[in-house]
Design a protein around this ligand. Structure first.
Ligand code: NCD
Length: 325
């Protein structure tokens, strides 16, 4: 990352927030409440602008690289949509198996090359810590779009923004995370981010997919009340936000372990009769059977709205990191 030195003569329209300009986005741990308020307020403005004019030229002339070593539909296409709605363009590298990486190039060399062509790099990689490694090699900002089972900070930011837009607040809510809490990077980031708000967190998972103890300890140290259980119904009635996750098949060493737990929790209209009227169900998607499609028409089903909020949050992050928000 750069040190964020602003030049004396900024081109027209450039406003640089030193908290964000030129910075990497690697983990939610780098943010405080004030940062989040800035991101949410810029995202809200982006939402209004997209609804009014669709596309505008805030990042005209800026080029983003999307470097994806793992499959992605939503994260990758929402970054493409975000930069294009802001008038910038994107170099899309989806299938690195067919690029010089397959010739044995290191991650450091790949990002050093791509930063010659672009202003920021969005990276998804199967190894925990890879985004930090890329950031150490690169001068331009690296945005972590998922480092294996590590973190997925932009997803957590859009998840938090979704909760604020849908529920009006974060403070005081009861958030229940269900599914694969061991390998699910989105819940690792979201739980950390929620520590900044006075929430209560319930973790519901099969025994072998519990939230890693170091994360539970970290969040407990932040004074957050946490409950772990295998029984969803025991916590459903108190839940304000039910955050459902996919069992991360690709991270299992033993396929038989996956088969044992894959259908542990399925959200159906029947089960949701036991939940509040005024609550929401979220999912980072893709789903592979954890939420029955019959539930999609329920007003509490917020997962497709959540994807739309994601584009506004990614627009906000790009504008802030590239110095034009
Ligand atoms: C998530 C991811 O990649 O971690 N998806 C996403 O970013 N929308 C969740 C998942 O793959 O299950």
């Amino acid at each position: 990352m750069t040190t964020g030195l602003a030049t004396e003569h900024l081109p027209f329209g450039e406003k640089r927030d030193p908290q964000f300009f030129g910075k990497d986005i690697l983990s939610v741990k780098q943010f405080d409440r004030e940062h989040l308020e800035t991101i949410f307020s810029v995202a809200h403005e982006m939402q209004g602008m997209v609804q009014r004019v669709g596309t505008f030229d805030l990042l005209k002339g800026k080029v983003l690289t999307n470097l994806f070593y793992e499959p992605s539909t939503r994260t990758s296409s929402s970054f493409v949509a975000a930069i294009e709605r802001l008038g910038g363009s994107v170099i899309q590298i989806n299938n690195v198996t067919f690029s010089s990486v397959s010739k044995g190039e290191t991650l450091g060399d790949t990002v050093k090359t791509l930063e010659c062509y672009s202003d920021a790099i969005v990276l998804r990689h199967p190894e925990k810590g890879s985004a930090a490694e890329a950031a150490a090699a690169a001068d331009k900002p690296i945005i972590n779009a998922g480092d294996g089972p590590g973190e997925h900070p932009t997803q957590a930011l859009l998840d938090a923004y979704t909760i604020v837009e849908e529920m009006g607040r974060l403070d005081g809510l009861t958030v229940t995370m269900v599914g694969d809490l061991k390998y699910g990077r989105t819940v690792h980031s979201l739980a950390r981010l929620l520590t900044m708000y006075g929430v209560t967190i319930n973790y519901v998972s099969p025994q072998i997919l519990r939230m890693p103890s170091e994360i539970v300890e970290e969040i407990g140290a932040g004074g957050i009340e946490q409950t772990e259980t295998t029984d969803l119904e025991s916590v459903l009635a108190q839940t304000d936000v039910l955050y459902v996750t996919r069992i991360q098949k690709e991270r299992f060493e033993e396929p038989t372990d996956y088969d044992r737990v894959k259908d542990s929790y399925v959200i159906t209209p029947e089960i949701m009769k036991g939940a509040k009227e005024d609550m929401i169900v979220m999912h980072p998607l893709p789903r592979v059977g954890e939420i029955a499609p019959e539930f999609d028409d329920d007003p509490r089903a917020a997962y497709f709205r959540q994807m739309e909020y994601g584009m506004y949050v990614r627009m906000a992050l790009l504008a802030l990191v590239l110095g034009r928000a």
